[in-house]
Design a binder for this molecule. Structure first.
Ligand SMILES: C[S@@+](CC[C@H](N)C(=O)[O-])C[C@H]1O[C@@H](n2cnc3c(N)ncnc32)[C@H](O)[C@@H]1O
Length: 201
């Protein structure tokens, strides 16, 4: 993993009015909408302490029907996620970049890929987008984020999703963050073990 402090990174969520706090609100709202639409199987890649998914799930009337797997490499973050996770939510402390991490938890109806695309190479973003269909049930929602720092890849990442049988549902940006929501429109694709999607820089 990279040398960044992935524990304190999440403190910026608590700064009122910050770009990250706005991003968090958008992601939670998009999670709520996906749960409203019937999502029951959820996976979160590089989940951190689960601050996007877990509160949205806890507040949702269909929470008891949901089965989720959060995959997070940092032990401290994984422990917090585990502490806050309701029944039906499994927290795996491991490498979310490997497809093996999702065996038994996919195909999912909702896939969170938040806080990844700003930390990996462009080629890894492309590879991850191309691999996501193997985590997705037909009709699944993918929620992803990317900061607007240069090079601003927001539109390019949308194009990559749309080349790979995803349709755009929503794109939200404030000039600092971007949140994309895409729906998988392709056929079922089996999980292929042993594929590495990305490496944090
Ligand atoms: C920018 S944070 C995003 C956390 C969360 N998804 C969110 O958006 O709030 C990135 C997280 O990825 C985790 N991470 C980095 N490389 C990882 C890997 N290979 N597998 C799993 N987690 C990883 C870090 O520990 C950190 O918690």
């Amino acid at each position: 993993m990279s040398e960044r402090d992935w524990i304190s990174w999440h403190d910026h969520y608590d700064t009122p009015g910050s770009s990250l706090s706005r991003r968090l609100a958008v992601v939670r709202e998009r999670v709520r909408l996906a749960l409203d639409a019937g999502a029951e199987r959820v996976v979160s890649l590089c989940a951190g302490p689960g601050r996007d998914l877990l509160p949205a799930l806890a507040a949702h009337p269909r929470r008891e029907r949901v089965r989720a797997r959060l995959v997070e490499l940092d032990e401290h973050n994984a422990r917090i996620a585990e502490r806050d996770a309701p029944g039906g939510v499994e927290v795996v402390c491991g490498d979310a970049a490997l497809t093996d991490a999702y065996a038994g938890a996919v195909p999912a109806d909702l896939v969170l890929a938040c806080g990844i695309f700003g930390n990996v190479s462009d080629a890894d973003i492309r590879r991850t987008v191309a691999t996501l269909p193997r985590l997705c049930a037909p009709g699944a929602t993918v929620i992803w984020t990317r900061g607007r720092h240069e090079p601003d890849l927001l539109t390019t990442i949308c194009d990559w999703f749309e080349q790979d049988e995803f349709e755009r549902i929503h794109l939200d940006s404030d000039g600092h963050y971007g949140v994309g929501v895409h729906r998988y429109t392709g056929p079922p694709r089996p999980l292929e073990p042993g594929v590495r999607m990305f490496t944090f820089l």
